[in-house]
Design a binder for this molecule. Structure first.
Ligand code: CO
Length: 134
């Protein structure tokens, strides 16, 4: 069902410092910061030849990555995003198989303006999974 790896997301306490590390030391191309209030994060994308790295910084009081950063104060890998052709069909199939879809179960709009859903890490090897209709 899943297709290409769309991005790997890393939560960081300081987006500017994170972007600098990727741009400077690693010589990558990094996008301008983008605030996603609906997701409680500000993101930049590191463009790699075969995929993207998403750096996430908390936005607002209720940021869903605040707890993660409390446990990982210097930052860490937060989720992996896989592409799917049809997000509603993917969701229904996953639910049927007993996987937990987070939130209301209705797709929200992700950083690329495409519908996304998140899957419970306990069902997938301890890793939070995002699926995006590409
Ligand atoms: Co993501």
């Amino acid at each position: 069902m899943i297709g290409r790896l769309n991005h790997v997301a890393i939560a960081v306490p300081d987006l500017e410092a994170g972007a600098r590390a990727y741009e400077g030391a690693l010589g990558a191309r990094v996008s301008e910061p983008q605030a996603l209030p609906e997701h409680g994060v500000t993101v930049v994308f590191v463009e790699l030849p075969n995929t993207k790295i998403e750096l996430l910084e908390p936005l607002g009081e209720e940021s869903p990555i605040a707890g993660f950063l409390k446990k990982n104060p210097t930052g860490g890998m937060h989720h992996i995003c896989y592409e799917v052709d049809d997000i509603l069909a993917a969701r229904d199939k996953l639910k049927e198989l007993g996987a937990r879809v987070l939130g209301s179960g209705e797709p929200t709009t992700g950083a690329h303006g495409k519908p996304v859903l998140f899957l419970h890490p306990k069902d997938f090897c301890g890793t939070l999974i995002e699926i995006e209709q590409a």
